[in-house]
Design a protein around this ligand. Sequence first.
Ligand SMILES: CC(C)(COP(=O)(O)OP(=O)(O)OC[C@H]1O[C@@H](n2cnc3c(N)ncnc32)[C@H](O)[C@@H]1OP(=O)(O)O)[C@@H](O)C(=O)NCCC(=O)NCCS
Length: 136
Amino acid sequence: MTDAARLAKLSEVLGYPVEPELMKRRLERLLSRPDHVVLVAESQTDGVVGWIHAAEQDILEIGRSCEILGLVVAADQRGHGVGRRLMEWVERWAFERGLKQLSVRSNVARAESHPFYERLGYTRVKTQHAYWKHMR
Ligand SMILES: CC(C)(COP(=O)(O)OP(=O)(O)OC[C@H]1O[C@@H](n2cnc3c(N)ncnc32)[C@H](O)[C@@H]1OP(=O)(O)O)[C@@H](O)C(=O)NCCC(=O)NCCS
């Protein structure tokens, strides 16, 4: 919880600006759920330099799997293995829950993430449109 403000800052880097207080409330909710995991990467000199959020999904046509819902490493910390280690810890968490399938959706605009996931053994299976609706 004490990392909430830094997580909010990094969320902005990811393209999702969020107020620290709101991030705190989201964290409070998610950290109490055993089917979600939020991990941070911390450097001795720079503090929190990345975070990852993943969750167990149970989809009628696919079954149980682990989906990576968010991942970001601070711009000046990339290329040093931080993203890889965050992914490895999530994979370990998934394995311990008996989840053998992992998935992640990445915006086509996130060019640096595509070779990253492929390097970690993920295969691109499709390209899709995303639809949102805001209810009043
Ligand atoms: C994608 C991201 C998380 C990668 O984090 P990172 O800490 O730089 O990645 P790592 O240093 O752990 O790299 C792991 C492997 O991927 C490779 N890789 C990482 N970025 C790469 C790139 N842009 N091009 C080619 N290979 C890349 C590395 O060479 C490394 O391979 P190796 O371990 O065999 O040497 C980071 O670039 C980021 O936060 N990007 C912005 C947000 C984003 O796109 N998030 C994903 C949302 S779906």
